[in-house]
Design a protein around this ligand. Structure first.
Ligand code: UDP
Length: 344
């Protein structure tokens, strides 16, 4: 039978794409999700268990019921701004939830983990605008969100040493795009990410886009980010699960392309794809936005044998656009519903 992989947060954006990739690779994903921000409709591969990551007993049961041998842990809160306003619940759910998961894994003898970390662990740093970030770069999270991701990494690393857990933390840069099937895609409530907001503005469905600052020390003055296609990111999880590592090993690996794109370039790429310019204005900088976050992606290639295959900006925009024009679930669908009501 297929090896069962527990996918916490598997009803979310990256989790759902990873469940699909696992299934295509011969694994049986067991999605464990509270549906507090994920979508039941996104769970289309493997099994679904409705539960809270802080519920150690429910996790242990899911592990035993499905004969789970390894875990990919996505479940957690992700909005940086909210983490500044409510740091307590970020620590409770992100760090407390990871304590709970590690307890259940150890109790049930599960010894392999892939953890969702973030480029947010690096923070602003003292980098020049065109410098890429290797894994060894200084860690200085600029938000409680980044703090919780770094705290989880430390905790996981210590348990690898202490108990022989084998773990890979993947530090994501900017996940974007959608599966080309149109069955799953990005759906956040509220949506704060650049690409979906730029597409909504371009489609005339959202507010005009506000570009958060054009006076950064970057080539065109807007922020540089490393956009990685969600399916490339999903493939990195499968590679991290399959890579041959000694018991007790802990690895932290950037997942990015090594190539930065400015906010202006993203807005222009959406305009090209739509055949009309995206309405936008220039606003103030957003608190906590570093000028540039671009991965040194060499370690993912060397350790995991992984490299991006569909992360050109135009491909990301094309796949995101297909989804955003007709999302199968999430607020975009409700917006479509609103439009339909207006029309009738
Ligand atoms: N951004 C923007 N307007 C928006 C949303 C985002 O100019 O309405 C910028 C943001 O300042 C950052 C980039 O787009 O430089 C990517 O932001 P996003 O929130 O998508 O991801 P983050 O880099 O914060 O993880």
């Amino acid at each position: 039978s297929k090896p069962a992989v527990l996918v916490t947060g598997g009803a979310g954006y990256i989790g759902a794409h990873t469940a699909k990739a696992l299934s295509e690779r011969g694994f049986f994903p067991v999605v464990f999700d509270s549906l507090s921000s994920g979508f039941r409709e996104a769970v289309q591969w493997g099994a679904f268990v409705h539960g809270d990551i802080r519920d150690t007993r429910a996790l242990a049961e899911a592990i035993s019921d499905h004969g789970v041998k390894s875990v990919i842990h996505f479940a957690g809160l992700i909005e940086v701004g909210r983490s500044v306003a409510q740091p307590d619940i970020f620590w409770e759910i992100n760090v407390g939830g990871t304590v709970s998961l590690l307890t259940a894994m150890r109790e049930r003898g599960v010894e392999r983990l892939v953890f969702s970390s973030s480029a947010a662990v690096y923070g602003q740093g003292g980098r020049g605008p065109l410098e890429t970030i290797p894994e060894s770069a200084g860690k200085a999270p600029a938000s409680p969100y980044g703090d919780t991701k770094l705290a989880c990494e430390w905790m996981i690393e210590a348990q690898c040493r202490a108990y022989g857990l084998t773990a890979v933390a993947l530090r994501y840069f900017n996940a974007a795009g959608a599966d080309p099937s149109g069955r799953i895609g990005e759906a956040h409530e509220p949506e704060t990410h650049l690409l979906p907001l730029a597409i909504a503005a371009g489609l005339g469905e959202g507010k005009p886009l506000t570009v958060f600052g054009e006076d950064f020390d970057t080539p065109d003055g807007t922020c540089l980010r490393d956009y990685i296609h969600v399916n490339d990111l999903a493939a990195a999880h499968v590679a991290a699960l399959e890579v041959d590592l000694p018991a007790g090993a802990y690895e932290a690996v950037n997942v990015g392309t090594g190539q930065g794109h400015s906010v202006r370039e993203v807005v222009e790429a959406v305009g090209r794809a739509l055949g009309r310019p995206v309405p936008h204005s220039i606003g103030a900088r957003r608190a906590g936005d570093p000028p540039s976050l671009v991965a040194d992606a060499s370690r993912a290639r060397d350790l995991l044998g992984w490299e991006p295959v569909c992360s050109t900006l135009d491909r990301i925009v094309a796949d995101a656009l297909r989804w955003e024009a007709q999302p199968a679930y999430g607020s975009g669908r409700r917006a479509g519903g609103r439009k339909a009501e207006t029309a009738s």
